[in-house]
Ligand binder design. Sequence first.
Ligand code: NAD
Length: 453
Amino acid sequence: MGTTEVIDPSTGEVFTTVPSTGLEETDAAIDRARKAFTGWRRVAPGDRARLLRRFAAVVEDHIEELARLEVRNAGHTIGNARWEAGNVRDVLNYYAGAPERLSGRQIPVAGGVDVTFHEPLGVVGIIVPWNFPMPIAGWGFAPALAAGNTVVLKPAELTPLTAIRLGELALEAGLPEDVFQVLPGKGSVVGQRFVTHPAVRKVCFTGSTEVGKSIMAGCADQVKRVTLELGGKSANIVFADADLPAAAAAAPGAVFDNAGQDCCARSRILVEASVYDRFLALFEPAVRDFRVLDPSDDSSEMGPLISSGQRSSVASYLDGADVAFRGSVPDQSGWWFPPTVLLARNRADRHWREEIFGPVVSVLPFRDEAEAIELANDTEYGLSGSIWTRDVGRALRVSRAVETGALSVNSNSSVRYWTPFGGMKQSGLGRELGPDALLSFTDVKNVFLATGD
Ligand code: NAD
């Protein structure tokens, strides 16, 4: 087994190494998961629920440790990282309620009794990106385990530490060996093997649209179930009748949170032309005041980018662009990039069209409601978005018309673990979180019992 160096993005320095799982070890882990499935699916629903609640309680006891690990490994602000660890706890608790409620139906038919069961699939492979290592892992493993599957999980190469720790905490909580295994390693080796190994019955992938497409194509070969959570270029639509100070004050957080490395980032701001200048005048101080500080500082609102490569990629979007105004960065080494506001000249601008995955937002005026909808939908992405207006009818009309999976009105938040999350168009396939995600880790079995009537 080789090793991978882990870098602190706030300093750019290597601070630890982790094993890099090879192909043979991946096969061996999948085989152990396949064997463990036989026992795990038979654990009584109440006992499985109790084990998941205990796992949640152990995570709760380690929130500060997990959060500090994420600050170091991913450069997340400590406030965000605490929320992320808490989200793993919450999602475990939420799906801990599922095993005891995973009811089928009794369907009236002639000649007998018909019942359905939600059967677990077997081994589920979860592939996680580097931008939200903890929550995205939990959104996969919690419902998968609750439904009676065993899980092999591959964290991103850059951010394996919290996932490895969560694997240890699962054992500490009493989950049986091999029910939940974390396999740090390369996407091309471990992740790809989840796609090709016949014992893995479902792949949950979160990451770039490009890799997601190749995973979907690979899964077709075995008719493997797949959930995809991919990229985004979400619109924040500000109408003239909105509470403009509130919309402008909230807009930096909606795109610069996690240094813009957020699939839900509202990276396109559409502003009704009649209030365009006023909005920008309100937006500028909010951007300049956005606190880009060492992520371990309690008041930090934004840390560094994940890597030097990501910083070069983000910087390339400023070439030839109209920079309206920028925030600041601390005077220290690491992969820092200031919050940056670009004025789009038209919808063809590269920074308007492509997912930048950094703290860069593009602003464009629109004439009327119809043009706002048309501009918002002029993209192959469709993950999230916001609408700012005081007109309730318009809020609902535009919400129905914008082609994205998770919309907020007079708010920029997309993720609540009680509600479905996922993308339309090329932003994804399937939904995570909420009441329905559980069923995507099961197949319906129909059983007819002849009664001799
Ligand atoms: P990525 O696609 O490069 O990698 C994601 C994961 O896939 C990593 O664990 C990687 O090792 C693995 N991987 C890479 N190649 C693989 C292959 N051939 N087979 C199997 N696995 C492979 O993405 P990234 O750069 O880590 O993450 C950023 C992207 O993720 C952005 O595009 C972002 O929008 C997206 N994202 C989407 C969501 C969502 O919920 N929709 C959430 C977070 C991130």
